[in-house]
Write a protein that binds this ligand. Sequence first.
Ligand code: ZN
Ligand code: ZN
Length: 326
Amino acid sequence: MGSTAREPEPRGERRFHQLSSLQLESVRRRTFASWPSASVDPDALARDGFFYMGEKDHVRCVFCGCHIGAWTPNDHVRTDHARYSPECSFVAGSLTGNIPRTPRTHDDDAGRLYAFLDDYHDSRLAHGRPRTRGRYQSDAVPLPSAEQPALSEFARKDTRRRTFSGWPKGAGAGADPLAEAGFIYTGVGDWVQCFQCSGGIHTWRHGDDPWADHAHFYPYCPFVREHLEQRGGESGVGEDLAPSPPPASSVPSRPEELSPEETELLLHHPIAQRLLSKGFDHRLVKEALKQKVETSGLMCSSLNEALEIIFDYEDSINESLSEKST
Ligand SMILES: [Zn+2]
Ligand SMILES: [Zn+2]
């Protein structure tokens, strides 16, 4: 293991709304804010599909799940990735949903597409709410409400606490205070999610207060509001306990709907290119992928997922046509 320590970096955006956002290199890169090793460059790790697991110098690949640590200055990220995980689809150059970080001087269509997807994701994260899920660690999307928590099986603190069995020992916040403040552990890095609003937070540092961060990043969460009201009642102070608005963001807000130009850009994704080369209709591919990006904020993660999306989209069109004709 490399012994030279690194200075901690600024943390940047700490929210996440779905685990699959780790497909973005920019999101993986943010997990390295407390990266302790000077032996290997966190930029190179994030570029090669890795995120930081929050413990020692351990990283995991989003695409194959392989887990590597104990880096030394002579290590080369891609060589070790290929050696430990020769089957990794990303290493093999197969189609994935990876969204690389592009230099802002991107002058080809794929570069423009990746820059757009990166900005689109950041804007939704900064200005949108998580779409809550009905199942633990799933990306399916029902609506948030006080009556129906996102992850109702974790409404009790003791059931939330049990999800933390694999919580990294080096993480900045403790499992108990996190569970108390409504969070469950996702099993990924130090990423936790609220059972009620589904809001996610990562990159914890020592001294962070889970309740304060929960209220700061997700002020509309009914669980946070109830907690603040109770605390106000206990202290007997009549002060206004309305949580502060979410952090002011330098990320510009934008409509969720893609413009015709942005939709056209989707066709430059390698997955879209493959679908077109298989003979799928240009317009069908474009509209189905547009719907996918608008619902999830991300491109599909594999060719199989893209095919499912195309067939579902075709079915929905046929259904609405037959409804009209009856
Ligand atoms: Zn891999
Ligand atoms: Zn919440």
